[in-house]
Design a protein around this ligand. Structure first.
Ligand code: GLC
Ligand code: CA
Length: 548
């Protein structure tokens, strides 16, 4: 089966299920819930990092790539999980954090101790003649991207937290180590990989400031040699498996670059994540702001990427949610008045598009952002840095909190809500991050009503039974509509029209005559009637198919 027909389920292991009462999810917890995962009909499970780590960035600060954090489990647990999922035909997709290591990693420690070989693994530079930092780049988590390298007068680069040191991919020894890491996990039966911020590995030999007034990202993103490095990594590792599946996470990228990464002729990756559609509620491109989202921009971006990637024979990973994003249901839906309707509308839009859909744990039951009221509820370093910066720029404490509340990554990291108990069935101990609305939203309740869960199962099934969805051509439909996002998919003589009302009021749409005689393939209201002049109910979404 091709990855065009696949659906990936993303698990944040720390928050899925804790089996030993320490409040942190573990691999045995995932094993315990294999039946739930299998019941969705997904093909792959992407696990966020579970490697040994000081947890400064929740596991994206890796201190050993070829081991498992004891808090998460053992290699034996991992092997059991692989086997249990395989019984259901599900593979594992591992998260490879190859742009940087934790400063606690042995390589960085040996570099600090003065071993030149390991010093060359990292990006270390002297200050400029005037004593200022090597470049003006900012860390993506706030503050400058350079920190003093031990007791020396030099600085090391960290595009993320100060404990996440960027590796120098220009060094062939680094590239060999990275292929070895991928091959270690291939040896454990893993064939699918997600590469973290992989378009940042192609930094030039000479580092220069980016556009003035920005954090400098244009000076190192999608850099000159990234395609070459990916081709080499593929040849030396995952490319040796016929049925490997790979996805690259692309930070601040372009359609052109992503076509390059995912066009099969280039021999790089199968597909790419980009985030442009999730920046439509950023004021002036700034994340830590609070403005209503721009539906016209959302529609335009989804359409541009669908059209552009298709034209270049690239392939998109399709998603609304992940561990870095506030819940899409709170951003683009209405979890208060139209909880099930807006959750299923969003799912329909993504699952019928051209690309490979990803479902983030909890999305299948309509999980929302937590109802936190205090900064002390948040754990993420990024949220605390942002709060401090907002206060420093003169925002009131109340406003700063509201902004963090709307954008924090912890919004997605709260424990999976299995039942309505005090810890949502996540742990017998004290959860590392607190759940809040499990009395209303939980798996047990969804099993009974199936309003959202059932819709996800149907969508996932459809991708496998309908080549129109997995292989059809994409075309935009009624792009100017102010409430409805619509698109067409066609394969030979079969056609599909997808309509989704993004507003909490009814929306009229005129559909082309040939579709007025079509049949409903799927909808989030079971009594929808297809006609020439349709009125979509609040957050209604449907797919109408026309046979030749
Ligand atoms: C990616 C991860 C994010 C992490 C960052 C640095 O964006 O998804 O969680 O903080 O990379 O590794
Ligand atoms: Ca645990």
């Amino acid at each position: 089966m091709s990855f065009h027909e696949s659906v990936v389920y993303q698990i944040y292991p720390k928050s899925f299920r804790d089996t030993n009462g320490d409040g942190v999810g573990d691999l045995r917890g995932i094993i315990e819930k294999v039946d739930h995962i299998a019941s969705l009909g997904v093909d792959l499970v992407w696990l966020n990092p579970f490697y040994p780590s000081p947890q400064r960035d929740n596991g994206y600060d890796v201190s050993d790539y070829c081991a498992i954090d004891p808090a998460m489990g053992t290699i034996a647990d991992f092997e059991e999980l692989v086997a249990r999922l395989a019984e259901h035909g599900i593979g594992i997709m591992l998260d490879m954090v190859l742009n940087h290591t934790s400063t606690a990693h042995e390589w960085f420690q040996r570099a600090l101790a003065g071993e030149q070989h390991y010093r060359d693994y990292y990006i270390i530079r002297s200050p400029r003649p005037d004593g200022s930092l090597p470049t003006s780049w900012g860390s993506k988590f706030g503050g400058p991207a350079w920190a003093p390298f031990g007791e020396t007068s030099d600085y090391f680069l960290h595009l993320f937290d100060v404990t996440q040191a960027d590796l120098d991919w220009r060094n062939p020894a680094v590239r060999q180590e990275m292929a070895k890491v991928v091959n270690f996990w291939r040896g454990k039966g893993v064939k699918a990989f997600r590469f973290d911020v992989i378009n940042l590995i192609g930094k030039a030999a000479e580092l220069v400031d980016g556009t003035p007034g920005t954090d400098g990202r244009d000076a190192y993103t999608d850099g000159p040699q990234v395609h070459e490095y990916l081709q080499e990594l593929r040849r030396n590792s995952f490319g040796q498996d016929q049925d490997s599946v790979t996805v690259g996470e692309m930070s601040s990228t372009s359609i052109e670059a992503c076509v390059g990464y995912s066009n099969p002729d280039n021999g790089e990756l199968d597909m790419v994540f980009n985030f442009h559609h999730l920046k439509v509620d950023y004021a002036n491109g700034q994340k830590w702001t609070l403005v209503p989202y721009d539906l016209a921009a959302l529609k335009r971006i989804l359409d541009e990427w669908a059209v552009g990637m298709q034209a270049g024979n690239g392939w998109n990973a399709l998603f609304w949610n992940n561990h870095d994003q506030p819940r899409a249901l709170d951003r683009f839906g209405d979890p208060v008045n139209f909880h099930a309707e807006s959750a299923t509308m969003l799912a329909t839009v993504i699952h019928l598009l051209r690309g490979t859909p990803y479902v983030y744990m909890g999305e299948e039951i309509g999980m929302t952002d937590p109802e936190y009221t205090l900064m002390s509820d948040y754990v993420d370093v990024e949220a605390h840095n942002a709060y401090a910066e907002l206060l420093a720029t003169g925002e009131s404490a109340e406003r700063a909190f509201q902004i963090v509340h709307s954008k924090a990554r912890d919004n997605a990291r709260t424990p999976m809500q299995w039942d309505d108990g005090p810890t949502a069935g996540f742990t017998d101990g004290i959860p590392w991050l607190r759940p809040t609305n499990q009395d209303r939203i939980n798996v047990a309740a969804e099993q009974d009503s199936e309003r959202i869960l059932g819709h996800y199962r149907r969508l996932i099934q459809l991708r496998k039974s309908e080549p129109l969805i997995s292989e059809g051509r994409y075309e935009s439909f009624d792009a100017g509509h102010e409430a409805v996002f619509g698109y067409l998919r066609t394969l030979q003589q079969r056609r599909l029209l997808v309509l989704a009302n993004f507003r909490g009021e009814p929306a009229g749409v005129q559909i082309p005559p040939e579709y007025a005689d079509g049949t409903l393939l799927i909808g989030n209201h079971d009594d929808a009637v297809v006609s020439r002049e349709m009125t979509l109910r609040p957050y209604e979404a449907l797919g109408i198919v026309v046979e030749p």
